[in-house]
Design a protein around this ligand. Structure first.
Ligand code: ZN
Length: 207
């Protein structure tokens, strides 16, 4: 059902047409939802409902799109997944971030996959097309993203490995070591998926 996916891409491109990402180049916003869907596809996700929802995942939160629009155009299942990953923007940002952690274990499989790939896309952007954030803010974002992802009810190996690789990359060049380059033997264990030392509650403290 590639028709559903292409329809989602065309619709999301239209709805996000005036928006930019927060990276240094202010990339077109649509790059982000397409990347999220592509991350899922590369991880072996083939369900067109999930892939279409990935492409549409920010439309309710960030555009004029309503849940009824998505139901009418893409059906109940796609709309339901998008609603599950949509923050309530009437709440303060800090509260929304806590709620993402609290809601993570209760997401449906489709919504959990979209959430997982969304965090991978965002961490990749922070590493490769960094916004003008101080190092502490980036570190705090990584720690928060790990908290959300760790609580997701599905942990596909391909997504988990990709996420952990990003966290490992981010943790190698610290402020102290960046002048001398990455250490040859980082203490980050690639098979350590549980974050016993860097998970919930141990985010880098505010400076
Ligand atoms: Zn997103």
């Amino acid at each position: 059902m590639s028709r559903l996916i292409l329809k989602a891409a065309a619709y999301a491109a239209h709805q996000h047409r005036d928006q930019r990402r927060k990276d240094a180049e202010a990339s077109p916003y649509i790059n982000h939802p397409l990347t999220v869907a592509n991350i899922l596809s590369e991880a072996g996700v083939e369900n067109p409902i999930v892939l279409a929802a990935a492409i549409l995942h920010d439309t309710i939160e960030d555009t004029t799109t309503t849940a009824d629009d998505l139901r009418r155009l893409f059906g109940e299942e796609v709309a339901g997944i998008v609603l599950e990953v949509t923050d309530d923007k009437s709440l303060p940002k800090a509260r929304r971030k806590v709620l993402q952690i609290e809601h993570a274990p209760h997401l449906s499989e489709g919504a959990a996959l979209v959430k997982f790939a969304d965090k991978i896309a965002n961490l990749t952007d922070i590493l490769e097309a960094p916004p003008a954030w101080p190092a502490e803010r980036k570190a705090a974002y990584f720690a928060w993203a790990a908290s959300v992802v760790d609580f997701l009810p599905v942990q596909p190996l391909a997504l988990r490995a990709r996420f952990d690789a990003l966290v490992a990359r981010a943790s190698v060049p610290t402020a102290a070591s960046s002048a001398t380059g990455p250490r040859p033997n980082s203490s980050v264990c690639p098979s350590n998926f549980g974050y016993p030392e860097s998970g919930v509650g141990s985010a880098p403290g505010p400076s």
